[in-house]
Structures are given as structure tokens and as C-alpha cells.
Design a protein around this ligand. Structure first.
Ligand code: AMP
Length: 391
């Protein structure tokens, strides 16, 4: 299943180790917000330090237009890392070139050097071989622990692995083990719950999970496109008219496996204070829109979830950011938390929803990657993983 070499398979003592981490965290006015991704990289960093490596960290942050875009600097992240770890942390104002080279030469075993945002260079997203080579020249070994960016073939995630012995970090290994195993060898019954805004982002995921799971429970805005495809008027609900044929095809493909909400909460506007009512699924009047699944749906889905061996969940059941329309999502979160199933939450908004529900501690694995976890659920190969050495 997981057949890549990891940090435990190589000798790192006295070596310079370039580690691609996912430090793409929210930074506002120089302060780090949610630090989940930084903490998730600590086991790999600490292992390397404890085994005598000099650790050089690189990451992207946001989508800077140029290197002058200082709000995307990793400097505040490096400072924050220094508060989490006892070892010395220094920062280089560039990730390649003379500044980076000098800093990389100076970093000692047991110390950390954080390089500036890799996306300050155009070569990063272009997977420019020259940028990859320059990054590689800073170190003796390469570790990829950036699961959240592993679905991108960029210079620091894929290209660099061509120039150095390249292995996986603990976070990468953990993510791939859980997400890969969930899809390839699930304990059955295997129940997939899919929600979120749009169906178009997740068509490949629905298709793959319909072929692998025993039940696929649909909610969120994406259910609307299925409703419309079945011929229901859906009022002013969010819908994707260009995906109606695909929705029909998925309904046919799914047979009894694919379930849609049987009741919904509708609102007279898209607003936290909107007037709302719970109705059986049927024609939605003009001027109204579906913003959540209803209690009957939650009860129905919860029964399926209670009997599951494995549950994978991606995407909220409604507009959970508005408390009035969060009940569907929280109800499903409770069902998942209370089931004895192996539960995997696949990145993005679902992670925020499970954290807000206070039930995150009861979930087996919460992925740190949005797009990457979706690609895993779609059954695709992640380029950042493929580039690493096989066991
Ligand atoms: P995604 O990133 O695709 O998982 O979508 C998450 C977003 O879907 C959340 O911000 C929700 O507010 C939104 N969402 C869920 N259900 C609905 C709905 N019925 N109508 C509009 N947006 C929705």
C-alpha cells in the first residue's frame, strides 16, 4: 500500500536535509492564525533534528504575484516555529541563490533554517528544472512532508526530487496511509458523505467513490444540481446548469447507492438572519433557496453511518457558517463521531466544520490537505508522492 521510503529508511546524521513542508497557513499583519499545518510537520522536523540533521525548510504561502508581495513572507511563520521548538531557528530571505546558499552552508546539525516563500519565484509553479536544481544544491537529502501540496508538480514538490535522494516525512506517510487505505481497502460497509458548494469540483470523487463505497450520501449545495437533474424546480438555490447531464449520469451509475436529501431547510435569502423553514424535498418556490439538509435526512443518513466500518466525509451539508443552517452539518458530524467506524475527514471546509462542532477529537484522521485529499479520494496519483523513492 504505502511503498515509499521514509525518513526512517535513510541516514540523516550530519546531513543537510531539505524538507518541503506545507506552511501555507493564514498570516494576518505578521501573526500566524490557525497553526494546524505547522504543528502537523513537527514530528518530521523533530525526528530529523534528534537524529543529527541540519534541517532546511521550504514552503509556499498563498499566491504572491511577485517577491515584493511581502504579506506572503514566511518570516512570521519562521518566528512562530521558533516558539514551538527548542532548537535554533533562522530565516533566509530567499529560497535559492546566494542568500539561501550562504544560510544553508551556515546551518548546523540540530538547527533549522526556514527559506523564504518558494512562490516568490516563477519557476516554482512552472516546475522549472533550474529552480529545482538550485533548491537541491542546498542539501544532501530531500524529504517531502507537504501533503497539502503533493497534488501539484512544482519545483519544490516534484522537480527537486529528481536531483536528490527523496523520501517521505511522517505527515505524508500518515495522510497517504489513511486516505489511500480508506479508498483501496476499506473496512465495510464503506460510507462516503459528500457535500460542499459545487458538484463540478467533485465529479471525479463521486464517480470513484460510487465504484468503491457501499453508500454515497449527498448533501450541501451540490445536491441541488442532482435535484434539478431529476426535474425539481429548485427556486434560487445554488445550481450548476452545465453539470445536469453529469448529475443524471451519476444518478444512473449510483443506483441504490447514491442517496439524496429527503428534506431540506430553505431560506428567503442568502443571509444568516434569513427567514427559514424545513420542508420535505419537493418543488422549491421562487425566491427561496436550499441552505441545509433537514432533520429527516440527518436521521436517515445517521442510521447508515451508525452501521459503517469506514466513513469518509468531504464537504459540509449546508451553509454551516450561518448557525441557522449548520444543524445538518453538525448532525452528520455527531453521527460520524459516535459511529464506531474508522472516520476520515478530507480537508477543506469540512475540517472547519468538524472543528466548530467540537467533535474533532473523535475522528480517526483529519486531513491537512484539501485538493490533495480530494485527488486521493478520486484515486489519482499525487506527483509529489510519485517522485519519492520506492522502498
Ligand atoms: P466546498 O469547498 O466545495 O467543500 O464547499 C464548502 C462551502 O459550501 C461552504 O462554505 C458552504 O457554505 C457551502 N454550501 C454548503 N451547502 C450549500 C448550499 N445549500 N448552498 C450554498 N452553499 C452551500
Amino acid at each position: 500500500m504505502f511503498n515509499k521510503k521514509t525518513i526512517e529508511d535513510i541516514d540523516v546524521k550530519g546531513k543537510r536535509v531539505l524538507v518541503r513542508v506545507d506552511f501555507n497557513v493564514p498570516v494576518k499583519e505578521g501573526k500566524v492564525g490557525d497553526d494546524t499545518r505547522i504543528r502537523a510537520a513537527l514530528p518530521t522536523i523533530q525526528y530529523l533534528l534528534d537524529h543529527g540533521a541540519a534541517v532546511i525548510l521550504c514552503s509556499h504561502l498563498g499566491r504572491p504575484k511577485s517577491a515584493q508581495d511581502s504579506k506572503y513572507s514566511l518570516k512570521p511563520v519562521a518566528e512562530y516555529l521558533g516558539t514551538l521548538i527548542a532548537n535554533k531557528v533562522s530565516f533566509a530571505e530567499d529560497c535559492i541563490g546566494p542568500v539561501a546558499e550562504k544560510a544553508a552552508q551556515a546551518v548546523q546539525p540540530g538547527e533549522i533554517l526556514v527559506l523564504e516563500n518558494t512562490r516568490y519565484h516563477e519557476g516554482e509553479e512552472k516546475n522549472d528544472p533550474e529552480m529545482a536544481r538550485q533548491l537541491a544544491s542546498l542539501a544532501d537529502l530531500y524529504v517531502n512532508d507537504a501533503f497539502g501540496t503533493a497534488h501539484r508538480a512544482h519545483a519544490s514538490t516534484e522537480g527537486v526530487a529528481r536531483y536528490l535522494p527523496a523520501v517521505a516525512g511522517y505527515l505524508m506517510e500518515k495522510e497517504i496511509r489513511y486516505l489511500g487505505q480508506t479508498v483501496e481497502d476499506p473496512k465495510r460497509p464503506f460510507v462516503a458523505i459528500l457535500g460542499g458548494a459545487k458538484i463540478s469540483d467533485k465529479i471525479g470523487v463521486i464517480r470513484n467513490l460510487l465504484s468503491k463505497a457501499d453508500h454515497v450520501l449527498i448533501g450541501g449545495g451540490m445536491a441541488n444540481t442532482f435535484f434539478k437533474a431529476q426535474g425539481y424546480p429548485i427556486g434560487d438555490s445554488l445550481v450548476q446548469d452545465d453539470a445536469l447531464d453529469t448529475a443524471r449520469e451519476l444518478i444512473n451509475m449510483g443506483g441504490g447507492k447514491l442517496r439524496l436529501p429527503i428534506d431540506v431547510v430553505i431560506a428567503d435569502k442568502f443571509d444568516a438572519e434569513a427567514e427559514s423553514k424545513t420542508v420535505e424535498m419537493g418543488p422549491v418556490p421562487d425566491g427561496w433557496r436550499i441552505l441545509d439538509v433537514g432533520p429527516e435526512t440527518v436521521a436517515n443518513y445517521s442510521k447508515v453511518i451508525a452501521g459503517a466500518g469506514t466513513v469518509v466525509w468531504n464537504g459540509p451539508m449546508g451553509v454551516f457558517e450561518f448557525p441557522r443552517f449548520a444543524e445538518g452539518t453538525y448532525g452528520i458530524a455527531r453521527a460520524v463521531a459516535e459511529s464506531g467506524a474508522i472516520s476520515v475527514i478530507g480537508g477543506g471546509e469540512s475540517v472547519a466544520a468538524i472543528q466548530q462542532s467540537g467533535l474533532a477529537g473523535k475522528i480517526t484522521h483529519i486531513s491537512t490537505g484539501g485538493g490533495a485529499s480530494l485527488e486521493m479520494l478520486e484515486g489519482l496519483t499525487l506527483p509529489g508522492l510519485a517522485a519519492l523513492q520506492d522502498k
